[in-house]
Design a binder for this molecule. Structure first.
Ligand SMILES: [Zn+2]
Ligand SMILES: [Zn+2]
Ligand SMILES: [Zn+2]
Length: 267
């Protein structure tokens, strides 16, 4: 028995309207507009909730697994699988709910050389402390992806495939390309360094946002609020947490709605 539902894997579902319109504003039916999250450890609830088609006021809704909260990424280092390709490793780890394995590379003399470090995607909501590679028990580490930077315009937040800007020089921030002897000006912060410099304050800020987002399991916006609150006026961590509590209340109201819905459908 598990009366408090403390065991089992916690998973997240989201609720949205079937036609993409905002959810009802009445908090007793459901609150406000955006997607709401339901978390559960019960297999039965997880399956049952996904059959909910309508709210009390007949608004057609869809309940589906959350696209990102049910997956985690982590890193491990192991030399004894160096001869295997990523797909083979993934196949061996499928029992552990691993869905993707990516091997890191490093640059050496302009060529990509594989390393012994791997990033793993696993169906779980918390990263495991260890991963077993055959008989070997290997400690895992948190994966912090590097900030996305465009190779064409060198700005953050998009890749060259989605770039709407022109190509610029990584050294001098001018549109003329090729070997450059001009003094360095970073296109992102205006500092006296190349746009590829990882000591760029803008780069560091982006990296810090990613770290906060992962460490606190929060959205990019919430992470930004935490940084703003530590430097700017009173948008504090406490108020960020308060917003999260409001979401928790909405979840409670959602649970009540579903309970009522269930008891009605039994009548
Ligand atoms: Zn770009
Ligand atoms: Zn230049
Ligand atoms: Zn810079």
């Amino acid at each position: 028995m598990d009366p408090n539902n403390e065991h089992g894997v916690k998973r997240y579902l989201i609720l949205r309207t079937a036609d993409g319109s905002p959810l009802p504003t009445n908090p007793w039916i459901l609150s406000e507009t955006v997607k709401r999250i339901q978390e559960t450890r019960s297999e039965h609830t997880y399956t049952n909730l996904q059959t909910v088609m309508k709210l009390l006021n007949n608004v057609a809704v869809v309940v589906e697994p959350h696209p990102t909260y049910n997956n985690v990424k982590f890193v491990f280092t192991c030399g004894s699988i160096a001869s295997l390709i990523e797909d083979e490793i993934k196949t061996h780890l499928e029992e552990d709910n691993v869905t993707d394995v990516y091997r890191f590379t490093r640059k050496s003399d302009g060529k990509s050389v594989p390393t012994n470090s791997y990033v793993v995607t696993m169906q779980a909501v918390k990263i495991p402390e260890y991963i077993y590679i055959g008989m070997e028990r290997i400690k895992t580490r948190v994966y912090y992806p590097r900030p996305i930077r465009c190779n064409t315009c060198l700005q953050f937040g998009h890749t060259k495939n989605n770039c709407k800007n022109g190509e610029i020089c990584a050294t001098c921030d001018e549109k003329t390309l090729g070997p450059c002897t001009l003094p360095a000006i970073c296109t992102n912060c205006g500092g006296a360094h190349s746009a590829f410099d990882t000591n760029c304050p803008k780069y560091k800020q982006k990296a810090q946002l990613i770290k906060l987002k992962i460490d606190h399991n929060c959205s990019y916006r919430e992470a930004k609020q935490m940084i703003d609150s530590s430097s700017g006026p009173k948008q504090t961590l406490a108020s960020t947490m308060k917003q999260r509590i409001n979401v928790a209340q909405i979840i409670i109201s959602l649970k009540q709605t579903i309970q009522t819905l269930k008891s009605r459908s039994r009548d």
